[in-house]
Design a protein around this ligand. Structure first.
Ligand code: MF3
Ligand code: CO
Length: 263
């Protein structure tokens, strides 16, 4: 999600919901639809496939499973799937003319609503053979996600998640995007708290059992700066460096994190 402006802080910190087991069950179902969509799209991805086709497949699977696409109409977003290629970071539009080619890396982001509960996840996948640099970027970003999930434990704070993402990316010579953040997720796509991909260990709201978070590192090979294309949605790196994005929805339990959107 887009980082919110500071003005909101004047109202004080919004309350983070703790979800009951029956709610977690519904969130698990919503995320199972998301995972099925991403897994299917990953298998379909090949040179010559258009982003439009991917959006259609995603919608078909959601409908078949009794779920609604969570992004369609959200703040006016006109599609169900985000397809972001190479220097596109997030919120790429699945247009007919966006045709994948050998060597691209493509980030797929999908959300589903099942009985009022929202699932949200993203993966970055290779189109055919890709460069060693692109492979390494994808690997580091996915590693950052799993390191972050491992910090989602009672006794830690939100920025323990943020800090490990930043640390892992920067240790490999990459940067994290700052204008977009992870987020709470539940009955809305975006709920408190914000989960930045950079921060300081020990800072931010305390993590508690029942919190559901969408953790989503966005890592770039060049500068962290992004700009929005004239379409009003697509976020690209200003220097046109490569970007990767991996996201899971997780719930914090007394026993540790559980990934709801596992593929
Ligand atoms: N996973 C993305 C996010 O949390 C997807 C939002 S796309 C939108 O920001 F169109 F719904 F905004
Ligand atoms: Co998200």
């Amino acid at each position: 999600m887009r980082k919110t402006k500071i003005v909101k802080a004047a109202k004080g910190p919004a309350k983070i919901k703790l979800r009951a087991p029956w709610e977690i069950d519904l969130l698990r179902k919503a995320n199972a639809v998301v995972a099925e969509v991403l897994q299917t799209l990953k298998e379909v991805i090949a040179p010559g496939v258009s982003a439009w086709d991917l959006n259609k497949i995603a919608e078909e699977i959601a409908r078949k499973r009794g779920a609604l696409p969570a992004f369609k109409g959200y703040r006016g977003y006109p599609f169900s799937l985000c397809v972001s290629v190479n220097e596109e970071v997030v919120h790429g539009l699945p247009l007919k003319e966006k045709v994948l080619k050998e060597g691209d890396i493509v980030s797929l982001d999908f959300g589903a609503i099942y009985e009022g509960y929202v699932g949200d996840a993203a993966i970055t996948v290779a189109v055919g053979q890709i460069s060693e640099e692109a492979k390494r970027l994808m690997k580091v970003t996915e590693e950052a996600l799993y390191k972050a999930i491992d910090k989602a434990r009672v006794g830690n704070r939100v920025q323990d998640i943020s800090a490990v993402i930043q640390q892992h990316a920067e240790r490999h010579g990459y940067n994290v995007v700052r204008d977009f953040v992870g987020h709470g997720v539940g009955q809305s796509l975006h709920e408190p708290p914000e989960v930045p991909n950079f921060g300081r260990r020990g800072k931010g709201p305390p993590l508690m059992a029942g919190m559901v978070l969408a953790i989503e590192p966005m890592v770039v090979t060049g500068s962290h700066e992004v700009e929005i294309l004239p379409d009003g949605w697509t976020a690209v790196t200003k220097d046109r460096g490569l970007a990767a994005h991996f996201e899971h929805s997780i719930v914090i339990t007394a026993k540790g994190p559980e990934i709801l959107s596992k593929l």
